[in-house]
Design a protein around this ligand. Structure first.
Ligand SMILES: Nc1ncnc2c1ncn2[C@@H]1O[C@H](COP(=O)(O)OP(=O)(O)O)[C@@H](O)[C@H]1O
Ligand SMILES: [Mg+2]
Length: 223
């Protein structure tokens, strides 16, 4: 599903070289739920960005869903991205569209038949416990509901891989717990999940395989 082999990433900021990842190697099997933790600046976001090919490593190989990401042709990037759901700290919903439309939009641009769109959008909303809020606008949602809407949008294509970068970063503990429960449900359905969080308590409470990054290195792989 995911395989990294001695992956390093160095950002150049003017004349300064910033090492973000150093010789990172690991693999994730289909259906695994992996927590990526470590302090702010440890390299979590950089690592996730390499997985959906938002950026390329400076050295090493990244394989995701059978694609070699380093040698990948441009034409393969779109199919890869369609197979990966991504959520961020900020839900990034379109403010002038309802929750339903925010989710359905993803299928519409894929050319999905109309009646399938409705059924699948509602499936995704049900999965995140938001069916009753389908006709609400983003401004009417709590931050937790907004984040669940973002999750519904990320899974509506039924991607085999879901990446979440600090999805609970803006939430209080109760709402964060809801998001974690939804992620576990999605994982139980067979979706492979990589969840990045700097919140050590939340990471520990998940009871899932946890990779700890420190200064761009994987210093622990437990669980
Ligand atoms: N686009 C960038 N340009 C320069 N440096 C970056 C960039 N993105 C991240 N970094 C640096 O790389 C390191 C890892 O950052 P990041 O992956 O965002 O860590 P985390 O998500 O764990 O907080 C940090 O030192 C950060 O400042
Ligand atoms: Mg980050």
């Amino acid at each position: 599903m995911i395989e990294l082999h001695r992956v390093s990433k160095v950002y150049s900021v003017g004349p300064v070289k910033v090492p973000a990842l150093r010789e990172v190697s690991f693999r994730v099997d289909k259906g695994e739920f992996v927590v990526l933790t470590g302090a702010s600046g440890a390299g979590k976001t950089t690592l996730l960005r390499l997985l959906y090919r938002d950026d390329l490593p400076s050295e090493g190989d990244v394989e995701v869903l059978g694609y070699g990401l380093v040698a990948m042709r441009r034409s393969e990037v779109a199919p890869l991205r369609r197979s990966i759901g991504v959520v961020f700290q900020d839900a990034k919903l379109l403010p002038v569209r309802t929750v339903y439309e925010n989710v359905a939009f993803v299928l519409r641009v894929l050319g999905t038949p109309r009646r399938d769109i409705t059924a699948r959008a509602f499936d995704a909303l049900r999965m995140v416990g938001l069916s009753a809020r389908a006709q609400a606008y983003p401004a009417q949602l709590s931050q937790g509901e907004a984040q669940r809407a973002a999750l519904a949008r990320a899974i509506v294509r039924r991607p085999p891989l879901l990446l979440a970068d600090e999805p609970t970063g803006n939430l209080d503990e109760a709402m964060a717990a809801e998001i974690v429960d939804v992620l576990k449900d999605i994982g139980a359905g067979g979706t492979t999940i990589v969840l990045a969080t700097h919140q050590a308590r939340l990471a520990a409470g998940l009871r899932r395989r946890t990779l700890t990054l420190e200064g761009g290195r994987v210093v622990k792989d437990e669980g």
